[in-house]
Structure formats: structure tokens, C-alpha cells
Design a binder for this molecule. Structure first.
Ligand SMILES: NC(=O)c1ccc[n+]([C@@H]2O[C@H](COP(=O)([O-])OP(=O)(O)OC[C@H]3O[C@@H](n4cnc5c(N)ncnc54)[C@H](O)[C@@H]3O)[C@@H](O)[C@H]2O)c1
Length: 403
């Protein structure tokens, strides 16, 4: 039996705990979660003994190695503290992305992992999706010749952007991590993996242009429960229609009651928050094989999905993670579409990536495999460097940064 401890039982910790619950020879034995409201629910749901439940990270981390694996799913700004201590204790670690809030911290974590000969997996869940695996297979078979460019759009989704990046956890890049690190490190990992080459230079433009006080509609209120304007970002309407998003931050299901507290961040008008992360960013990348790539990360999309186009010397591929379709068109030929829904069955949690990553992790630990995940800390360091360099470039007005 592989035993697992979870540090930070929020949205991600909970998802991984559920995935572990489906694996026969793995069990969650210890939880550390600071929010006292969650305790009884978590203990009951995952069968955690009272003595194995911790409120304090310091106390939990002072008890030595308590399980085979430690999942660190606290917020970005805590990762460095938690993983540096967990490395000393000797856990095999699954660390949420981003690795840490600064490039220097990421580097230090990788160096310590190497020095102590530990194993750290980074949650780049997209690597485990049937969609991206099919694309990788097509590219590696030279289906469209040599790949010369990849363009990917990360459509964050207007409602997801408002929830996470205006009102919620990642609204202040200086307190957590920059948007391009927090959100797009996944995209950099996928693009460089599909490309099969190292990124050598990067440049970027972007800003926070829209979700600011000056764009508030005339007559709007600072809290949605008081506002009479017809608005796609109205929190009361959104959370009433989407209770699962509401339950991410509230165990009380009464939307109006909870959000009529004027100080509740999730009930605030999107034009009156103290957010500072970009709502639009483009990133240009140069690769060692002379191919190029571009990423467009935007808040302004109706749905939350990624789509991409891959240009090869003999043809092109278009893919959409929302529709789960991949269309191949050889130059001068007819378009052929692969329906990814026909090649796998479970698309829950990041298009099937969450559960697959957990299964792989448990297997690798059980079998004492050399590599703990498709993206261990050393592999993931590259995607994170790309993200930090993109942010440096954006802040310098688009200067090219070498990697
Ligand atoms: N891999 C992915 O695709 C993906 C997706 C979303 C989020 N994330 C990452 O996962 C991490 C967690 O995100 P989330 O959405 O679950 O956030 P969350 O706020 O829902 O969960 C964090 C949890 O940690 C707890 N916590 C905070 N400080 C703590 C401490 N010192 N000790 C113990 N518990 C503590 C909080 O009470 C909360 O329950 C973030 O770093 C985020 O960037 C990754």
C-alpha cells in the first residue's frame, strides 16, 4: 500500500484525494489543512484519523516523514517553504505548479532535489491528456513533415478569469506569481514538448487593460448584490448558475447570503477589485531547431479552453481541447478529423489529465522508477524559466530575453 499525505486540501488537494481514492493500493493517511471549517468533512470523506489531521504546516512538517508521498497543493507562495522542508524529510513529492513564485526559488528547489537525490513531480497535467498525447504522436511520426511553427491560444474564459484572476486566488501577481507563470507554465511545457526542442529566446507584450475602475459602467455598484446593471461578470448570477464554482470558496450554499457581505472578495464588482495581473498577453518563442511558437493568453473568451495550430513542411494540424478534435490537412489534400473522444473514455479533470497523472505517480513510486513523472522538477524547470523570462520581457516593453 502506498501512503499519501496532503498538505493544503483546497480545490486541487481535494481533486487528487478523490483520484487516489479510486486506486486500490494507495491511501491518504495524513492531511494538513489550515482552514478549520473543512476538518470534519475531510476526515469523514477520506477516513483520516484524528491524530493524523493537522492544522499547522510547521507542526505537520516537524513530525518527520509520515507517508511515502507528500502532495503539496497549497497556494503558489507557500510552495518554496513547504517543498524545501519536505525534501529534507525524504518524501517523494508531488508539487503543484507553479514550482514557486520566483525563478531563483525554482532553481534552488531543483538544486536541492539533485543534491539530496530526491524525486519531485510537478503537476503539468496536460501531459497526461489523450488530446495532447495524440498530437505528440502525430508530430513524432512526422505526419505533417518537420514542424516549423506552433500557435496556441489559451482562452481563459471570461467567468474563470473573473473568478480566479480578478476576485480570487491569483488576482495579485506580486503576492502569488505572475499570470504568465501561474497559468501559462502549462502552455510552455506543452509547446516545448510538442516542438521537441529547447526554447532559446522569448519576448512578450501584455497588460491589464480592462478590469479597472475607469471601465466600470456608469451607475454600477462596488458589490454585485447592490448592482442594477446587466453585466456578464455579475457574481450573484454566475455563482447561482454555477454552484460548483461557488463551492470552491464556500461551504455554505446560500449565494445571496454569502455574497451580500460587502467585504467578500468573490462578491465584488470586477471593476473595483485590487487585481494587478494581465488580462491579455502574447508570447513569442524561438527554438533551437529554428522553429517558432506563439502563445496568446486571453481573459476575453466565451469558453475556457485551449486551441492550437501546428504548421509542418508538408501539412498542418488544428486542434481544439474543448471539442476534442484534431484535424490534419496535408498540403493539397483533404482534411481528416480525429475525434479524441473515440480514443479514450475518461475526460474528467483537465481533460483526463488529473487522474492519469495520479495513477502514473502511484505506479512510479510503487515500482521505484527512476523518473517519478513525465514532468519532474528538472523537466519542469524549463517551462518555468520560459514563463519567468516572458514576464521579464513584458515588463521591459517586449525586449528579447535569451534562455
Ligand atoms: N495543475 C493544475 O492544473 C492546477 C490547477 C489549478 C491550481 N493549481 C495550483 O494548485 C495550488 C492550489 O490551488 P487551489 O486552487 O487548490 O487553491 P485553494 O485555495 O483551493 O487551496 C489551497 C489550500 O491550502 C490551504 N492552505 C493555505 N495555507 C496553508 C498552509 N500554510 N498549510 C496548510 N494548508 C494551507 C488553504 O486553506 C486551501 O484549502 C496552487 O499553487 C495553484 O496554482 C494547479
Amino acid at each position: 500500500m502506498i501512503t499519501v499525505a496532503i498538505l493544503g486540501m483546497g480545490a486541487r488537494g481535494f481533486t487528487y484525494a478523490q483520484a487516489i481514492g479510486e486506486i486500490e493500493d494507495a491511501k491518504i493517511t495524513h492531511v494538513c489543512e489550515v482552514n478549520p471549517i473543512k476538518k470534519e468533512f475531510i476526515k469523514k470523506m477520506f477516513g483520516i484519523e484524528e491524530k493524523n489531521y493537522y492544522f499547522s504546516d510547521d507542526e505537520f512538517l516537524s513530525r518527520g516523514k509520515l507517508a511515502d508521498i507528500l502532495i503539496i497543493s497549497t497556494m503558489d507562495q507557500w510552495h518554496y517553504k513547504h517543498v524545501m522542508k519536505a525534501l529534507d524529510l525524504g518524501y517523494d513529492i508531488l508539487l503543484e505548479k507553479p514550482i514557486a513564485s520566483t525563478e531563483k526559488q525554482c532553481q534552488e528547489i531543483a538544486e536541492k532535489t539533485k543534491k539530496l537525490n530526491r524525486k519531485v513531480a510537478i503537476c503539468h497535467v496536460l501531459r497526461y491528456t489523450p488530446f495532447y498525447n495524440k498530437l505528440k504522436e502525430l508530430i513524432d511520426r512526422d505526419t505533417i513533415g518537420k514542424v516549423r511553427s506552433i500557435t496556441q491560444t489559451e482562452n481563459v474564459g471570461y467567468y474563470h478569469y473573473a473568478h480566479s484572476y480578478v476576485r480570487g486566488n491569483w488576482h495579485r501577481g506580486d503576492l502569488t506569481s505572475p499570470m504568465v507563470v501561474a497559468k501559462s507554465c502549462h502552455d510552455f511545457d506543452i509547446i516545448k514538448w510538442l516542438m521537441g526542442a529547447h526554447c532559446t529566446a522569448i519576448s512578450s507584450f501584455g497588460n491589464l487593460d480592462y478590469f479597472k475602475k475607469e471601465n466600470a459602467p456608469v451607475g454600477s455598484a462596488e458589490n454585485c448584490y447592490k448592482c442594477k446593471i446587466d453585466c456578464p461578470y455579475n457574481a450573484i448570477n454566475f455563482y447561482k448558475e454555477n454552484p460548483r464554482w461557488f463551492m470552491i470558496f464556500s461551504l455554505d450554499p446560500d449565494v445571496e447570503k454569502v455574497l451580500s457581505n460587502p467585504d467578500h472578495p468573490y462578491g465584488k464588482c470586477v471593476y473595483h477589485c485590487d487585481n494587478n495581473v494581465v488580462d491579455n498577453q502574447v508570447i513569442n518563442m524561438m527554438f533551437a531547431n529554428n522553429a517558432v511558437a506563439q502563445l496568446n493568453m486571453t481573459a476575453f473568451s466565451n469558453k475556457m479552453h485551449r486551441n492550437l495550430k501546428i504548421h509542418g513542411t508538408l501539412g498542418e494540424i488544428e486542434g481544439d481541447l474543448e471539442n476534442m478534435t484534431i484535424t490534419i490537412t496535408m498540403f493539397g489534400g483533404k482534411a481528416e478529423t480525429i475525434d479524441v473522444k473515440n480514443i479514450a473514455s475518461d475526460f474528467s479533470g483537465h481533460s483526463g489529465g488529473d487522474k492519469q497523472m495520479i495513477k502514473d505517480l502511484i505506479n512510479n513510486v510503487k515500482n521505484k522508477s527512476d523518473k517519478i513523472a513525465l514532468t519532474d522538477i528538472f523537466e519542469a524547470l524549463e517551462s518555468h524559466k520560459m514563463a519567468f523570462k516572458a514576464e521579464e520581457s513584458r515588463l521591459s516593453g517586449g525586449q528579447v530575453k535569451s534562455i
